[in-house]
Write a protein that binds this ligand. Structure first.
Ligand code: EPS
Length: 394
């Protein structure tokens, strides 16, 4: 896989700040902190978030790589300060010995607490919690907005909405599909759908299911429990021929799945009608060709816009399944790693449901994957150079 744009994030959940470096962005791309902040704000929304979101108003500071609103082609450094840091200066001090600071020794089933402490030999789970926290996704979103902006320059737009929360699920897609169809004439259709979904507290496009989802979150909270769900990511305006079938690590479906699976708590990824198709006949699954106004069209899009790991010009459709968050107010059984006694798992402030936020994060993380496939085909050192290539090579 040609890694043209790559990014690194750093920072602990209750440390001073989150830092990101985005490398490989062509010169001349317009970018502003305001543009990134809007996406950071979107990540913080959603019914069911915990107390941390009341403390933080995530805002990015661009420290390098941008001059007068345009990228320079050099690495872009981003910083988001953690407001909560001021409450953690002693517990999360960079210097000192940590004497007198209470050690956490009881892991939460489902979180990285146990495995990370074993792997790194920690006697204080706090060392694992901090970096394993989904707080890191704030910086992932900030970094990914830059390649996302690059894609938008060429008419490629990403969007998402939530399909289910707990057992409240959209089973009849008619409303959703009508909405998608309404915008499909425009390459920005996916973003239009996202804007519509943003109007819902749970990013669900069907008001009947939305109320059921809200009730499911309220019920889970009352029970000291959590709920997960499924979200849909879509990409419109995609040209034919991004990605490749010639080698496993160049297949775009595999790369997209990896990016979404690497989001905290995501345990399943599906491209198009992946799982449902497994039970159907081939004749029911594959997208027949047609011709309309002299143009090649597809009658359906069960493939989710990808055939052979290559974009086929249809909308990319991907689903991600997020497990319920593992921090439970009404805890499961755990063990004390110091004494090996059976005890209740620890509770610490968390979300009851973060599926809406997860859908926003998924929109972000697919962007560098797509941008790299795009740059591999049409790339250049500057926006102008890419524009010339895109116009002539399409
Ligand atoms: C999150 C920040 C975290 C959690 C949550 C997501 O902040 P804190 O631990 O201070 O409450 O609210 O993280 C998790 C659910 C998790 O399992 O780590 C955020 O910024 O999104």
């Amino acid at each position: 896989m040609a890694l043209l744009i790559r990014y690194l994030t750093a920072g602990e959940s209750h440390g001073q700040a989150l830092i990101g470096i985005v490398e490989g962005v062509p010169a001349g791309l317009s970018i502003s902190s305001e543009y990134i902040n809007h996406q950071l704000w979107r990540r913080q929304q959603g019914y069911g978030r915990g107390g941390r979101m009341k403390i933080e108003t995530d805002r990015v500071e661009i420290l390098s790589g941008v001059r007068f609103g345009k990228t320079l082609g050099s690495p872009i450094t981003l910083m988001i300060r953690n407001r909560d840091w001021q409450n953690w200066t002693t517990k999360m001090a960079v210097e000192g010995s940590g004497t007198g600071i209470e050690k956490i020794t009881i892991p939460r089933p489902g979180h990285a607490d146990y495995v990370a402490s074993k792997k790194y030999g920690f006697d204080d789970i706090r060392n694992a919690i901090e970096r394993a926290s989904a707080r890191e996704t704030a910086m992932r979103v900030a970094c990914c907005i830059i390649p996302r902006k690059l894609l938008e320059e060429y008419g490629i737009f990403i969007g998402s909405h939530v399909i289910s929360i707990g057992s409240a699920a959209i089973t009849n897609r008619q409303k959703v599909d009508t909405l998608i169809k309404k915008y499909l004439h425009a390459s920005c259709a996916a973003y239009k759908v996202t804007e519509e979904a943003d109007k819902s507290q749970v990013r669900i496009l069907d008001s009947g299911i939305e109320s059921k989802a809200l009730a499911a979150i309220k019920r889970a909270k009352k029970l000291g429990d959590t709920v997960g769900g499924i979200f849909e990511v879509m990409v419109t305006g995609v040209p034919v021929g991004l990605g490749s079938y010639v080698h496993y690590d160049r297949k775009l479906d595999g790369q997209l799945a990896q990016a979404v699976m690497a989001i905290h708590a995501v345990k399943g990824v599906e491209i198009g009608n992946g799982f449902a198709n497994a039970a159907r006949y081939g004749s029911e699954v594959h997208d027949a060709f047609g011709v309309k106004n002299g143009k090649v069209i597809r009658r359906t899009n069960g493939a989710g816009g990808l055939e052979g790991g290559v974009t086929n010009g249809e909308m990319i459709v991907l689903h991600g399944a997020m497990k319920p968050i593992s921090t439970l107010a009404n805890p499961l059984q755990s063990i004390d790693m110091k004494t090996t006694k059976v005890v209740d798992a620890r509770y610490e402030r968390s979300d009851v449901c973060a599926v809406p936020a997860c859908s926003v994060i998924a929109e972000a993380v697919v962007a560098p994957v797509l941008a790299n496939a795009f740059l591999e085909k049409f790339g250049g050192d500057s926006i102008k150079e890419i524009q010339r290539r895109y116009r002539t090579n399409r």
